[in-house]
Design a protein around this ligand. Sequence first.
Ligand SMILES: [Zn+2]
Length: 133
Amino acid sequence: MRVTRSQIVLRGLSNECPNCGSHTLFKAGTRFTINPRCGACGLSIDRGDGFFLGAFVVNYTVTVLVFVVPAMVLYVSGVLGLTTAAVVAGAGALFVPVLLYRCSWSWWLMGYFLFLPQKLPNNRTELAEDREE
Ligand SMILES: [Zn+2]
């Protein structure tokens, strides 16, 4: 494979296109508008109906596991009072997803192509060349 799984992970962690490594996941000058395709290699980033749900699940999971649950645990263990824990958890539930929006798209694409690396255009070409031999 031309694009290895380790490259997919590194590109996913640095918000790069999993196929070519360009910073083209989002439209230039915007914070929340995903490109339908990579401007450098043509990889389909928004892959159709419901694909965005993967990024949504990644964002929700990270927010709950890293922010909301720890606030609840701190309340149950007596470190935080109820009001403080509720405010911290509520504020986290509102603002952390906004902050993680770009990362959640990149992490979702990383997970998707980590399990299906043959779907990357750079890897498909190599497979087609293998069949010709
Ligand atoms: Zn690309």
